[in-house]
Write a protein that binds this ligand. Sequence first.
Ligand SMILES: NC(=O)NCCC(=O)O
Ligand SMILES: [Zn+2]
Ligand SMILES: [Zn+2]
Length: 475
Amino acid sequence: MAKLIKNGTIVTATDRYQANVLIEDGIIQAIGRGLEEGDAEMIEAEGYLVFPGGVDPHTHLDMPFGGTVTADDFETGTMAAAFGGTTTVIDFCLTQKGVPLRQSIRTWHEKAKGKAVIDYGFHLMIGEMNEEVLAELPRIIVEEGITSLKVFMAYKNVFQADDGTLFRTLLAAKELGALVMVHAENGDVIDYLVRKALAEGNTDPIYHALTRPSEIEGEATGRAAKLAALANNARLYVVHVTCAEAVQQIAEARQMGFDVWGETCPQYLVLDQSSLELPDFEGAKYVWSPPLRERFHQEVLWNALKNGQLQTIGSDQCSFNFRGQKELGRGDFSKIPNGGPSIEDRFTILYSEGVTKGRISLNQFVELVSTRAAKLFGLFPQKGTIAVGSDADLVLFDPLAKRTLSIDTHHMNVDYNPFEGMSVTGEPVSVLSRGEFIVRDKQFVGRPGAGRYLKRGTYAAGSGGLLPGEDAVQL
Ligand SMILES: NC(=O)NCCC(=O)O
Ligand SMILES: [Zn+2]
Ligand SMILES: [Zn+2]
């Protein structure tokens, strides 16, 4: 049955206006003031902002890591995402050296099938570049629609690739129209600093941060940007940027006309390194890599979002319970599983801390939380905007609601919330995925398995938000 969303204020990355939205067959069929419901179900949206559903370009669901597996899988993670206003996630498919890429992708499809509540795509990790990988890549990009590759410059002896692999991945990606994502930290230096700290008896969670200084995030970011430039100006996307040094490297590369983009995450915008010093091992809840930084970096990140030096917000959802999972690192901070839960709160934190505090505009909010990721990752205009012909992925958002983020009210399958007690303004009230309610009046009405796998376009095919033939950076 068709639906008509009436009297809401539509907000996209460029516009804000009052109009009705007619939805049929999961697609936005018409937008206009004069639209009437006819046979359509009428949904009153007066007082609500109507946003395109959030696109979260960085999640780790059902992922083995640090000797355990993330607490949220594709069912609980995407359900929590839906409550939080996110209707698309792009998850990282891990690969193993010597195992065909296709096999790893099959494993990831199995994890998501029958479970995802919202639409999803995959990025593909490249741990080692060799002739087998090179031979597999072209078909994976076209047939699987996996148009973004991920290289870890850290996690030595686990995920870390060497610079040769990074460079060859950039060259191949440029040729195939794919984008390369990097976790930019210097894994070799970290490995040395970690072993030194442990040998000196420094085992508490705070040493996780102290052995991963911001300088080495900046160094790795600059190295990746230079290698991307050298690889015929390949498109590079730096995930989870945390610090001034990395922002500076991205800004410089962009100023020189290189195709470099940067993401940050809610945790780096509102939390700081002091959380790692909480007593009774509580600091382990705040162990992310790269780590939370000293407070002054937060303002640098906000400014970078405002002035376009950073372009997206990912959650980096990678949840581990405090009990039984984070606790694996008692007595040895290097064994604390890295990561935390923020898939549900990403959207509202950016609105509350960003828009209501005047750090970013309402249009920038939409750009950061949805549109730019859809463009960069080959999903636009199907996802990431409110336009005729786009999927009807919509969020009816109450901009005045006041609430407190807490484990008592969140829907993630994890035993703490890193933003516990934080007061926020704004709340997703109802969320639609391809025209169907998945959250209605704050109640879950979706269905595991309803989420569809998204084959994504290459940026060479013009889906990166650039005009055909255009190769330069655009804000
Ligand atoms: N960020 C983090 O600590 N965990 C998730 C894996 C990664 O993105 O590096
Ligand atoms: Zn990472
Ligand atoms: Zn991550």
